[in-house]
Design a protein around this ligand. Sequence first.
Ligand SMILES: [Ca+2]
Ligand SMILES: [Ca+2]
Length: 623
Amino acid sequence: MKRFLAIAVMLAMLLSLVPVMADDSHVITYYPLRTANNPGYYFSGALLDMGVTLNAGDVDKDTFFAKARITEANGDIQGTFGSFGWDPEKEDYALGDGWAKWNILDAYVCDAEGNPAESGQYVKIDIEWVTRTIPSGESDAQRFDVPATRAAWYKIDGYISFASIELVIEQLKDIPGINNAVYVQGETKHDPLFDKFEIKDAPGGGTYALYRPENASESNKRPLFIWFHGTGERYHGSNPGGNLIGNRVLAFADEEFQETLEGCYILAPQSDTSGWGAHRLDDMEALIWQVIEENYVDVTRVIVGGLSMGTAMVGPLAASTTENSVPYAGAIFCSGVFLSGDQINTIASKGIPVYLVGAQSDWATFGFNSTYNSMKAAGIDVKMKYYPPGPVFDGEFYYGAHDAWNYIYNNLVEDEDGEKIFDWIKNRKINMPVKVTASKNLVKQGDAFDILVSFLDTTITNAVRVILKYDGDKFDYKGIAKEIDGVTRLTTDKGDGEVKTTLMIPDYNAKDLLKLRFVAKEDANLQNEDNPITAVVEYVYMDNSGAKSIATAIGSTSISTTGGVPGDTDGDGIVTLIDLSNIIDMFGVKKGDPQWSRAKFYDFNNNEEIDIADIVYVAKLID
Ligand SMILES: [Ca+2]
Ligand SMILES: [Ca+2]
């Protein structure tokens, strides 16, 4: 029946269009516009390509009539009145059969982006679309939509999905230069703010949306703000970007946030249907580093936050101890926080400031007070904004108590000193992290290796002191492995298990600092174990105003030693066929695999994998 109807509609359209087109009439294509307000998408009007240039005043709100019918992703025609449906106060908008008239508020000549213009080829129609909300009970809210404006809902398996629209626009008054116009519906366009985000596939599944500030450059690196959505923004099928709109992440690309931060990258990953949690840690760390490396990101200003289920991703990222862990300058937990004592201690040891934002009537924040107290006790610089019982109210709309993120989007969160949360985000900055890299992962007695000490990114400093600490019983410092361009060593002193150097970088363009040669002592008592090598870097940091201060950053790496008889897997002091067999069992194990913590002591050619060369090496050791 549906198919028959579709064919009938198409035939009707063809029959009505063909004679008119043949008449050489003027075609005007109009594009329904889709915008966002928490929590969801709404149709906010239409953009009309008039085909000729018009002057301001050639059209007004009475020039057009518009009506629409919305079909949900599951095929339902929208049209139910009530809470989370159409507003019963606007019942007279309904025209029957799912159609409702649009209340046109304004129509004006504009440019292709919809900005009002003195003259232009486009006309924008703005309609009444803003939803009406009222508080409901102790901690909830009801919402009522303007008929035929809601553009997405949780219609397929509970996932947010797009609705489609049939829009009819009729011309009621003459427009200069336009005769016999035929109005044809084109594709739906997003809010221009939405188009500022690039949406791509994320490592491991799902997508991500990235906003790039226009002023970012090699000499003007900008902060990165990462935001993880909640359960409601998982999407079905063809709706990547539900995170941007289901809750209004778009606010971070809007003027107030961007002006406060003076340009800031916004990364809004979107989960697949498995949601957020520790199972996505590797994927998200890979994604964040990818964004840092492919853009002009200031790595001293990376802030991570999220809401509800998203906080189950913020926790593992902030408390991560993987070698891909990101040095965050701040973390925000909104409407949820689930951290173990160990995670809190790790966050404390990294010195990451934390902001907790939630409402007391929200069941998801029942852990807030105890988490806040544990964080305080662990020494974390933690702030908490815990709103009193009742629904969330952002000054315009009421939401259920869980939706405290609206306080963040609207920059309403303020501490006792009056610092607003956008400013708190702006003021997060860490010292430039230090990276220590070893030329080898595994060494045995007599093996030489190099240690490189670098800043993670270019740093404005001309005076640096590096203290490199290592186990002097096992390793000998042999000297400078390579001089670094642009870096002059002023002093180099070898102490007991440490090397101290003072460096001059006259052009204030510091990144690689020092490359030192070491050797594992011939007579060292080496075991199968990891040996930390740590660099303490003090440097004079100069800010944009030219003011100088001393900053300290610490970085470390770990070098594995192979103990006793290399290749002896069972500790009997000789290499036998049993040892060979044990190593063949590890064939193909790579760095990052769970078995690597044991296998890495047999990676004799340092390629981060147990390969045939390692197996041959052991085979040759058998008598
Ligand atoms: Ca053995
Ligand atoms: Ca290997």
